[in-house]
Design a protein around this ligand. Structure first.
Ligand SMILES: [Cu+2]
Length: 119
């Protein structure tokens, strides 16, 4: 009996590791016009790779479906941009990326991961 419980525990841990660190569903999208919808749900941003042009204002329209508190914050590393996302109500994050490069955006614990590519 004890062995079975241990086994279940190991499988559960393996699944969690796979889900958060190994499973990277990467979908890429370029911003058309000046805005793009990003759905926040089940541990992923969709799309998770966004392409934008330096010096052009963009609006990232976050649609948060995940109710876990961790998914509330979105932080852009290296850009000094962050936001608190409400649940079930689109949030428009508007800013102008001035410098070229690749900038990760994540939730507070970096389980949600996305990338903004500025060209
Ligand atoms: Cu998180």
């Amino acid at each position: 009996m004890g062995i079975i419980i241990n086994l279940i525990g190991v499988l559960l841990i393996a699944f969690i590791i796979w889900w958060f660190w190994l499973y990277k569903k990467q979908s890429e999208a370029a911003i058309e016009g000046s805005s793009i919808d990003i759905v926040v749900d089940s541990g992923v941003y969709e799309p998770s790779v966004i392409r934008a042009k330096a010096g052009e204002e963009i609006t990232l329209r976050f649609i948060r479906k995940d109710t876990s508190p961790c998914s509330e914050k979105v932080l852009f590393n290296g850009l000094d941009v962050s936001a608190d996302l409400p649940i079930g109500k689109p949030y428009n994050l508007t800013f102008t990326p001035e410098k070229k490069g690749e900038f990760e955006f994540t939730c507070q614990m970096a389980m949600y991961r996305g990338k903004l590519i500025v060209e």
